[in-house]
Each structure stands twice: as C-alpha cells, then as structure tokens.
Design a protein. Structure first.
Length: 256
C-alpha cells in the first residue's frame, strides 16, 4: 500500500489497524566509475518493491538524498549533510506522527546517514515512538557472510544488477582499488578516513577523493558480482523485512 497512491480515507482506515509506516532512505553519490550515482536509493527501492508483494504495510515515498559530505568532491554527488538530513527526517516523521503513526521503519541504503538516523530515533523515542533502521547491506552480510561487502564493491554492484544490469558500466568493473598515502608515506590509507601507523588505525576525516580517486572501496571486487547474486540478495532482504514487520507491530511503545 503506497501513501502517495492512497486517499485520505484509505490512510485513516489503515491507522485503525496499524501505526507502522515504512520508507526508503538513500543517497546520490559516487560508488566508483562502474556504478550509478543513485545506487544507495535504487537498491532500497527494489527491496521495497519486492516487499510490497508480501506485506500490506503502508509505504511512504523514498527520500533519495542523504548525508554524503565526504564524497561531495565527486561530480554528481548531492549531500544534505548530517543536520540537513536530520531536519528533513524530523519534518517528515513529525507530520506522520501527528496523524497517529508511532512505528517508523526505514530501509536505509547509505552508511553516511547513520548519525542522522540515530538522532531521529532518539527524538522519536522521547515522543513515545520507535524507529527501526534496516541497513540492508550490513544485514545482508549478516544473513549470508559471503555477501558482505564494501562501498561500491561486489555486494552493491550485484544489488544494482538486480535493479537493472544495464546501469552497470561494464568496462569499468575491473578498475583497480587505488588508495594513496595522502597524509604521509608512513601512514598509508587503509579504509574510509583510516590510515595505518605502526600496526593500528587512526581516523583522519577528509574528502574521500584525496585518497581514493575511483570511489569504490572494499575487499569484494566489483567484477565478482552477478545479477543472480543480486536478485537472491534483494529477495532475501524483502523476505526478512516481511517477517520482521508483524513482530515489530506487536512491540509495546515506549512511554513519552
């Protein structure tokens, strides 16, 4: 059931039996030259499309923009920042709260949205409501460890293939992962904002593009992805959420 397609009276009828609403949250950002900028929005949308076949939960429109400041130097990236995203989420959820919704489920596609979502969840809890955040790429790796992946690696590449394999720039699938020692020669870049020094990791926040010219990162190489993997993965996530929702519905609300 889609909020955008529903009449006022249909939503009123829905609220008589349920206080749960679900929507996707993504980002428009670089994922390597082999991937579309909308990766973090496209995959949650696909999971939600599959979920709709199995659940009568009310689905609000996906929010396609997120907090992606660290990737802003890559052409096409759009970032609301942590506070901008938090403000947007608050306005959306406050409106829905006023109508009677108390259980908010967000299918999230971007790790950079985490702080805004944590702030939102704390705020909703104080108002007597719950937020459940489903970080699909992390959960997929928990359900099937062989699926676990990095940013723009095989896991997300497979997810986009499940949406539409034509969105993949196939000649770029073998682009190497190149991490540069931009801070110092004895402090090589080893991950997202990480450098290694004498056997331990140090976090030095800075734009991704200064140490990773391509934009993808992870041990899972993009060319390892397949459409079959992606289809199984997004279906597994949809099935999981369909099982989670009725149990979440039974949970007693916190006291405001």
């Amino acid at each position: 059931m889609r909020l955008a397609f529903s009449s006022v009276q249909a939503v009123e009828s829905y609220l008589e039996k349920s206080q749960t609403i679900l929507f996707g949250l993504g980002s428009i950002e670089n994922h390597g030259r082999h991937m579309p900028l909308g990766t973090d929005t496209l995959i949650p949308d696909k999971i939600i499309d599959l979920l709709e076949e199995k659940s009568d939960v009310l689905i609000a429109p996906t929010l396609p923009y997120g907090a992606a400041d660290s990737l802003a130097a890559f052409t096409g990236t759009v970032s609301l920042g942590v506070i901008g995203l938090y403000d947007l989420l608050c306005r959306v959820c406050d409106s829905l709260y006023e109508h009677g919704f108390r259980k908010f489920v967000i299918v999230n596609g971007h790790g950079g949205n985490a702080k805004s979502l944590e702030m939102l969840g704390q705020r909703l809890y104080k108002k007597g409501a719950y937020l459940a955040v489903l970080n699909w790429w992390l959960m997929a790796g928990e359900l099937r460890p062989e699926w676990a992946g990095g940013h723009g690696g095989a896991e997300e590449t497979a997810g986009v293939m499940a949406v539409n394999p034509d969105l993949i720039v196939k000649e770029k699938l073998h682009d190497p992962l190149i991490m540069t020692a931009d801070i110092a020669e004895n402090m090589p870049s080893t991950g997202w904002d990480k450098v290694e020094f004498r056997g331990a990791s140090v976090i030095i926040p800075r734009p991704v593009k200064v140490y990773n010219k391509n934009g993808w990162y992870g041990e899972d190489k993009p060319f390892e992805a397949s459409e079959a993997w992606g289809r199984e993965m997004v279906q597994t996530m949809a099935d999981y959420i369909a099982e989670f929702l009725p149990e979440f519905e039974k949970v007693a609300l916190p006291k405001p």
